[in-house]
Design a protein around this ligand. Structure first.
Ligand SMILES: *Cc1c(COP(=O)(O)O)cnc(C)c1O
Length: 389
C-alpha cells in the first residue's frame, strides 16, 4: 500500500455523523452517565477525540505503537526528558537543535541531568562517553543546518549495549524519508511545525514510541505536565499530513536539483546536502533515507562574510527570509545571524557554520522557478558589488 493511501485511510470517517473531515472536539470536559462511567473520555487534558485521531495517525506513519501530541516540538522533547531521574546521563549529537540544547543545558542540567555532546557522524564516538548512567542517546539525522548524517542502526546498537534508549529527532527527514524504528530507535520525536504540518501555519510536537512501557510513561507525563496540543491545531495537523508524501517527495526532488545547481555556481564554496556524492555520509543517507535526502540544504559563499550572506538572503524573491523549514513556501535563513546567533562564533565555526552559510528550505514551487530565483539573486549581488567598487 502506498504511504498516502495508508495515511488517508488511517483517518477515520466520523462514526456519529459520517463527516469525512475529522470533527474538532472543542470541549474541556465530557458528560458522564454515572461517576467514572463515560465513553472513553473524561477531561480534555487527558484525552480528546480529535487529538486521538492525530496520535494514531502519526503512530501509523512512523510504524510505532503509540504517539502523543504536544503544543510544540520542544514540549515533546521536554516530555521525554521528564522520564529521567536525578543523576541520569544523556549522550547527544553535537549540533543538536538549538532549542533542545538550551533546554538540556539551561533547564535539565540544574536538575542533575548530565549531557555529553559528541560528533556522531562516526557513531562509534558515542562509545567515548556512554556509560552505565546513560539513559538516552539523542540524535538528529540530518542535522541543522549542516545536514550531518548519523548511522542510526549503529547508534541503536551502541545505545542498547548500555541499556540506553535511542531517541531520534526525525523532524528533518520526515517519516516519508526515514523510519527510525526500523533502524532500531526506541523513541521518535517530531516538530510537527515543520514537514508534518507543512504549511508554516501551526506549531506542534510529537513523541512516538514502540513499546507499551514507553507509551505508559509518556502518556503519564503528557497528562501530568499537560503540554498538550489543542483540538484546532490537531485538526490542522491531520489536514497537513494528508499531503505529506506528495509534498516531501517534491521538496526532496527540488532540493536535489538545487544542490546540484549550487555546486556549479562560481560564487559558491561548499554545498551541504546528503544527496550529493561528495557528502561525508552520503552512503549511509542513501541507505537509511531510501534516496529521499530531504528538502533542506545549506551552502557557503566564496566571499565568506556575513555581509555577503545578508546581501544574498535579501536578494531572493521566492525564498522568503524566515526561520523554520518544511513548509510549502520556500524559505532561506542565515544561521549566524538568526537560528544560531546565540552560539559563540568559535563554536559555530567549529561545527561548520561559517559566516556565509545560508540554509535553504525548498517548498513546492516549480523547481526551475526556484533555481531561477537563486540565479537572479547571484546576479543582483554581483551587480551591487560592482557598483561599490
Ligand atoms: C523546530 C525543531 C524543533 C523544535 O520544534 P518547535 O515546534 O519549534 O518547538 C526540534 N527539533 C528540530 C530538529 C527542529 O527543527
Amino acid at each position: 500500500m502506498s504511504k498516502t493511501t495508508n495515511i488517508i485511510h488511517s483517518i477515520p470517517v466520523d462514526p456519529l455523523t459520517g463527516s469525512i473531515s475529522v470533527p474538532i472536539y472543542q470541549t474541556a470536559t465530557f458528560v458522564q452517565e454515572a461517576p467514572g462511567v463515560n465513553k472513553g473520555y473524561d477531561y480534555a487534558r487527558s484525552n480528546n477525540p480529535t487529538r486521538a485521531v492525530l496520535e494514531n495517525l502519526v503512530a501509523t506513519l512512523e510504524g510505532g505503537s503509540a504517539a502523543f501530541a504536544f503544543a510544540t516540538g520542544l514540549a515533546a522533547i521536554d516530555a521525554v526528558l521528564k522520564t529521567l531521574s536525578y543523576g541520569d546521563e544523556i549522550v547527544a549529537v553535537e549540533d543538536i537543535y538549538g532549542g533542545a540544547y538550551r533546554l538540556f543545558t539551561q533547564v535539565y542540567q540544574k536538575f542533575g541531568i548530565k549531557i555529553h555532546y559528541v560528533d556522531t557522524t562516526d557513531a562509534n564516538r558515542i562509545l567515548d562517553v556512554i556509560n552505565e548512567k546513560t539513559k538516552l542517546v539523542w540524535i538528529e539525522s540530518p542535522t541543522n543546518p549542516t545536514l550531518k548524517i548519523t548511522d542510526i542502526a549503529q547508534a541503536a546498537k551502541i545505545a542498547h549495549a548500555f541499556n540506553a534508549l535511542l531517541v531520534v529527532d526525525n523532524t528533518f527527514a520526515s517519516p516519508i524519508a526515514q523510519q527510525p524504528f526500523v533502524l532500531g530507535a526506541d523513541i521518535v520525536i517530531h516538530s510537527g511545525t515543520k514537514y508534518l504540518g507543512g504549511h508554516s501555519d501551526l506549531v506542534a510536537g510529537l513523541v512516538v514510541v514502540n513499546s507499551e512501557k514507553l507509551a505508559v510513561d509518556i502518556k503519564f507525563i503528557q497528562n501530568a505536565s499537560g503540554g498538550i496540543l489543542g483540538p484546532q491545531d490537531c485538526w490542522l495537523l491531520i489536514r497537513g499530513i494528508e499531503t505529506l508524501e506528495l509534498r516531501v517527495e517534491r521538496q526532496c526532488q527540488t532540493a536535489f536539483k538545487v544542490a546540484q545547481f549550487l555546486t556549479q555556481c562560481e560564487e559558491v564554496d561548499q554545498v551541504y546536502y546528503p544527496g550529493l556524492a561528495s557528502h561525508k555520509n552520503h552512503a549511509i543517507a542513501k541507505l537509511q533515507q531510501h534516496g529521499l535526502y530531504g528538502g533542506v540544504l545549506s551552502f557557503t559563499l566564496k566571499d565568506d562574510t556575513e555581509a555577503a550572506a545578508t546581501q544574498f538572503v535579501t536578494a531572493t524573491n521566492y525564498f522568503k527570509l524566515a526561520e523554520s523549514l518544511g513548509g510549502v513556501k520556500s524559505l532561506c535563513c542565515h544561521p549566524a545571524q538568526m537560528t544560531h546567533k546565540s552560539i559563540p562564533r568559535e563554536k559555530r565555526l567549529a561545527s561548520g557554520i561559517q559566516d556565509s552559510l545560508i540554509r535553504l528550505s525548498c517548498g513546492i514551487e516549480g523547481t526551475d522557478d526556484l533555481i531561477n530565483d537563486l540565479k537572479q539573486a547571484f546576479t543582483k549581488c554581483a551587480t551591487a558589488t560592482l557598483q561599490t567598487i
